[in-house]
Design a protein around this ligand. Structure first.
Ligand code: AMP
Length: 569
């Protein structure tokens, strides 16, 4: 096993990694560092965030720069401001004993003046997003004349974000560039194109596979109906009271919507996506890092900037299209030797994607049942019991309050006191979950037997005149148009111009939203509550989740209250 001290790094750098507590180099570091120290020729490193890639290029880079020369010798290009800041922070740590070393990070989304002033202090290393760097070059705030080393970090992502021309421009305008080190999570023709054009005789190092198979990650999947995804997410959050996690969505819109819905219900979460301005994103990261937030709802691109090592759970609200992206997401947990859980919420149709990812990750995924109400309550009970067991009240707490507490409860039995304290903690959860529905896919067949308590009767402006000549045909049409299980639709009445049908409460909203956006033979489909339509008997419609008025819903995590388990004390 290679150790850091056996690498021929400068003393100051070996001291820094020792101070940071790094014991052994990670696989990418073991491969790349010896090469870059001995012979800093061009390389391609295929490695994702979390593999220690920043140190893999950072340590050799700082080893090679000449601290006595007050000019920019090394340039690191990165796709996002968050990543730039992260690299800068890492470099500062590695360079803590290199007196005279200056690294500056420049990125968009903040005023340029401060960065121009910083560049006047002659850094040897500049970490930059391509757009802002070009802006600074045009303003003559720095010169790339003496740059010898260029690192392209997350090259695939820079190309995805449309920085190709900027990268080309910068590589062309570094006349003394001798060494180009390209790091990328994935390899594709675009990335190879950059290498072919600007690099010579590079060597390739890859740790993608090893990293994908991180045995410390427990991969779990939960199968539900498409329209129950959000309820399933809530259930999983309630089932993991100590969560410190990232919830991934596919789109910015979903990210915003889901975060808002969760926030409304009292969860300590926040969205993080590219449409938020830099200031807001930094604020979110700050709150996440100081644990005021229990989870971030993020898109894949925005999450790249999250540099947090102790994420307990990653939740895929939806699976990504590309199985490779799954490994990026799950790799946010179980970092630096810790263990973690990656939960995916899937529909029956997506089980085949799970199989595909299993093959890529080379690990078995555990199919788990979505917990029922009693399990959630039990889990939370144990969570509070653990918290009581490990609580360490401040020294003066007893002095100040204990006598008052004694006076008040002297006559109360210990068991009664414990019962009441636990009741206060759990009553909201019990209230919400005492008649919680089964969210597991496949339960619907039996749900009809349980009566129509949660059913909603809907009206639709299509009937026999439109070819819906039997209830079966109508059910088939709705199921296909919404991708829902046909068993969710029943008690169908088809008339000449319209029809009525019952659906499970939670599916009603989904059907309404999905079908209202569709047309049938050029006519807009209209869906309404049946009880707003005349001539329909059998409109026994009880309240459903979607009927809840804001504020009527009991929050699961009270702001600043007892449920806010992650707040720093
Ligand atoms: P990166 O993949 O560069 O984003 O690094 C992920 C995290 O691992 C960072 O917080 C680094 O500080 C940390 N790290 C890097 N190398 C090591 C190492 N050899 N041992 C322990 N932690 C490391």
């Amino acid at each position: 096993m290679i150790s850091f001290s056996s690498l021929s790094l400068r003393e100051e750098l070996i001291q820094a990694v020792a101070d940071l507590g790094f014991e052994t180099p990670t696989p990418i570091q073991q491969k790349v560092i010896p090469h870059l120290l001995a012979d800093p020729t061009d390389i391609i490193g295929l490695a994702q965030t979390g593999t220690g890639k920043t140190a893999a290029f950072g340590l050799p880079l700082l080893h090679h720069v000449d601290i006595d020369r007050k000019e920019v010798q090394a340039l690191v290009l990165s796709p996002t401001r968050e990543l730039c800041m992260q690299i800068q922070v890492e470099f500062k740590k590695y360079g803590m004993h290199l007196h005279g070393l200056k690294t500056t990070a420049v990125y968009g989304g903040v005023p340029i003046g401060g960065q121009i002033r910083e560049l006047k202090h002659h850094p040897q290393v500049v970490v930059a997003t391509p757009g802002r760097l070009i802006d600074l070059l045009e303003r003559k705030a720095l010169s790339l004349e003496n740059v010898q080393y260029i690192v392209l970090d997350e090259a695939d992502e820079m190309l995805n974000m449309g920085f190709r021309d900027d990268i080309n421009f910068l590589l062309k305008n570094t006349p003394n560039r001798q060494y180009t080190w390209l790091f990328s999570a994935t390899m594709n023709n675009d990335v190879r194109g950059i290498a072919k054009r600007f690099m010579t005789q590079w060597k390739e190092y890859s740790v993608t596979r090893e990293n994908a198979t991180n045995e410390n990650i427990d991969h779990q999947y939960y199968v539900t109906q498409r329209h129950l995804r959000f309820e399933t997410l809530q259930r999983l959050l309630d089932f993991t009271p100590g969560i410190y996690g990232i919830i991934f969505t596919r789109t910015k819109q979903d990210c915003q919507d889901i975060a808002e819905k969760l926030m409304k219900q009292g969860y300590q979460v926040s969205p993080l996506h590219g449409d938020m301005d830099q200031k807001m994103r930094s604020k979110v990261m700050e709150r996440f890092k100081n644990r005021s937030l229990q989870a971030i709802v993020a898109t894949d691109v925005a999450a790249r900037g999250i540099d947090v090592n102790d994420i307990t759970h990653v939740i895929n609200y939806e699976l990504p299209d590309d199985p490779e992206v799954y490994t990026h997401r799950s790799g946010r947990t179980a970092r630096a030797g810790k263990s973690g859980i990656c939960m995916s919420i899937v529909s029956t149709k997506e089980i085949s994607t799970i199989r595909q990812i299993e093959r890529l990750v080379k690990q078995h995924f555990n199919k788990c049942d979505i917990p029922d109400g009693a399990e959630v309550v039990r889990k939370r009970l144990f969570y509070y019991l653990d918290q009581i067991e490990s609580a360490k009240p401040q020294k003066d707490f007893a002095q100040v309050y204990l006598s008052t507490i004694h006076e008040r409860f002297e006559a109360m039995e210990k068991d009664e006191l414990i019962k009441r304290l636990m009741w206060i903690q759990l009553k909201d959860t019990i209230d919400i979950y005492q008649s919680a529905e089964d969210l597991n896919a496949g339960y619907e067949q039996s749900s009809k037997d349980r009566g129509d308590r949660n059913n909603v009767r809907l009206f639709m402006n299509l009937g026999t005149k439109d070819g819906m000549d039997s209830p079966e045909k109508l059910v088939r049409f709705i199921a296909e148009a919404t991708d829902l299980d046909p068993n969710l639709i029943f008690r169908v009445t088809v008339r000449e111009m319209s029809s009525f049908f019952n659906v499970k409460g939670n599916a009603a909203e989904f059907i309404r939203e999905t079908l209202s956006q569709k047309k049938f033979k050029g006519r807009k489909i209209r869906i309404d509550d049946a009880d707003q339509k005349p001539n329909d008997k059998g409109r026994d419609r009880s309240r459903s989740a979607s009927d809840r008025k804001p504020g009527e819903f009991k929050p699961r995590f009270n702001k600043g209250g007892s449920h806010n388990v992650n707040k720093k004390h």
